[in-house]
Ligand binder design. Sequence first.
Ligand SMILES: [Zn+2]
Length: 71
Amino acid sequence: MPSNFHLLPQDAQLIPPVCCCSLCGCELYRDDELYLIEEQVLCPDCLDVFATDYFRHRRFTAAELKDTPQL
Ligand SMILES: [Zn+2]
């Protein structure tokens, strides 16, 4: 082992990910941002996909909205 071993910069790839995105499976590291929604870990890239699916029952066309008196 070289004597300056402890001075070498730590390779980011040697640090294990903390968790993975539950949708795309990408690895999330300590300083990565994520969303915890209903026990699911989501990376920022997947939030759109998740939200679109999550709120699909709230999705209308403008015409449908206009024709629904209680809204
Ligand atoms: Zn993801």
